[in-house]
Design a protein around this ligand. Structure first.
Ligand SMILES: Cc1cc2nc3c(=O)[nH]c(=O)nc-3n(C[C@H](O)[C@H](O)[C@H](O)COP(=O)(O)OP(=O)(O)OC[C@H]3O[C@@H](n4cnc5c(N)ncnc54)[C@H](O)[C@@H]3O)c2cc1C
Length: 394
């Protein structure tokens, strides 16, 4: 096993760092206050091939391997977690749904434009009353001739206010619960489908992410908009979440790395008792622990990425891949909050203001343990592997 990056991976890392230094870091505070990232930034990300990074090249993406994609995601999160979320949702959740389960026509129609960054995708599973227990969804898709009629609403949908296309899950047979869920694509502008409440600056973090409610009122979608078979939605969602969760974990490493770098820099410059605070053993210990935690998180992410490659080669099981992803997500989601909190501590009062980025890192870190499966849900998944399915209570 060799953990050194390849020449291509180093080039990608450098390109992503330059993009973040030039086009993201100088503006991120302004975006947060406004609650939006300008369209020009999304366009630039599209031109660089970031928005379709893990999607095959023949479908408009960049065809990155899973470790390279994790490297890119980490770098973007160092600059702006809202932007990283948009990328992950577009590529890992929306893109993978179509790449793995879409027909050739669906890939041409919806995957190619989103992978090349010309359009943006969103992915809608959660509802106001059903998050962890997503199979309890109330959104219904009722057959009428060759159409489905969707009624219901989705909540907390990243990219929701901005997306051109949305993967949406609805129940076609409520009695069957998980087995009664189907997956569809809805296009912006379709009659009966519109964004509802938009959540931006009122959120703890991810303030420039266009999170929105999506409302479906007698929205007719043709059968051609169903992805996979009727009743296959749950299987699709769980498969796709393995991709999404790993990119959340890589993003968490990015936040932690940024917080660690800011704290290290500050500890070298801030004077107390006639010396830089980095000279005090208690501050040194914090930085040493932070460095170790970030590295441990990154290795878990790369392990999850390698497991994905192995799964796709038929060299690891679906469960082994899922377990590696859940461990990476759980560890990094908790780790990035701790590391960001220590970074605030090292900054003292300055860390408590938005003049310094560490308070934003901490606010942005918190969501990593909530979306795409909370920390508790990841623990349940890991415990199911440890104890066996007969110990599962859900
Ligand atoms: C900014 C943001 C962006 C989001 N983006 C998207 C998106 O793009 N698409 C999408 O579909 N969703 C999205 N979500 C929704 C997110 O995935 C859900 O919020 C998440 O799954 C948790 O669901 P919930 O909020 O309903 O919490 P609940 O499920 O109500 O959970 C509340 C608490 O109970 C715990 N809990 C629940 N069940 C159990 C159990 N069996 N055992 C132990 N503890 C349990 C949870 O861990 C949590 O601590 C987003 C949310 C936010 C805040």
């Amino acid at each position: 096993m060799d953990l050194r990056l390849t020449d291509d991976q180093r080039l990608l890392q450098r390109t992503a760092r330059e993009f973040v230094e030039q086009h993201v870091k100088p503006y991120v505070r302004e975006w947060e206050l406004k609650g939006a990232v300008p369209d020009t930034v999304y366009r630039k990300m599209g031109e660089l091939g970031f928005l379709g990074a893990p999607i095959p090249e023949d479908l408009g993406g960049s065809g990155l391997d899973a470790v390279s994609y994790a490297i890119l995601t980490e770098e973007l999160a160092k600059g702006c977690s809202s932007l990283r979320t948009s990328l992950s949702v577009n590529a890992s959740l929306f893109g993978t749904t179509l790449n793995k389960f879409g027909s050739e026509e669906q890939k041409e129609k919806w995957l190619r434009p989103t992978a090349s960054g010309k359009k943006l995708g969103a992915w809608a599973l959660t509802e106001a009353q059903s998050g962890s227990d997503a199979a309890a969804m109330k959104t219904r898709a009722t057959r009428k001739g060759k159409d489905y009629i969707l009624n219901g609403s989705k909540m907390w949908i990243s990219n929701g206010a901005k997306a051109d296309f949305v993967v949406v899950y609805a129940s076609t047979d409520p009695k069957k619960r998980h087995e009664g869920i189907s997956c569809f694509v809805a296009e912006k502008g379709t009659k009966g489908f519109k964004p509802g409440v938009v959540e931006t600056t009122n959120k703890l973090g991810l303030r420039s992410s266009p999170t929105a409610e999506l409302v479906f009122e007698d929205c007719h979608l043709p059968e051609a908009n169903r992805v996979g078979k009727e009743g296959q939605g749950w299987e699709i969602a769980m498969h796709v979440l393995n991709h999404g969760r790993l990119s959340v974990a890589a993003g968490a490493v990015g936040i932690a790395q940024a917080a660690f770098e800011a704290a290290t820099d500050y500890a070298k410059k801030r004077m107390a008792f006639d010396r830089p605070i980095g000279a005090f053993q208690l501050v040194k210990a914090k930085l040493a622990d932070m460095a170790t935690q970030v590295e441990a998180g990154r290795l878990l992410v790369w392990n999850g990425a390698l497991m994905k490659e192995r799964f796709e080669r038929g060299d690891a099981t679906y469960d082994e891949w899922g377990l590696a992803v859940s461990k990476a997500k759980l560890f990094t989601a908790e780790m990035c909050v701790k590391v960001a909190e220590e970074a605030i501590q090292i900054h003292g009062a300055n860390g408590y203001t938005n003049e310094y980025p560490v308070e934003r890192y901490w606010r942005d870190a918190k969501i990593c343990g909530i979306y795409e499966g909370t920390n508790e849900i990841q623990r349940l998944i890991i415990a199911r592997h440890v104890l066996g399915k007969e110990f599962s209570a859900t």
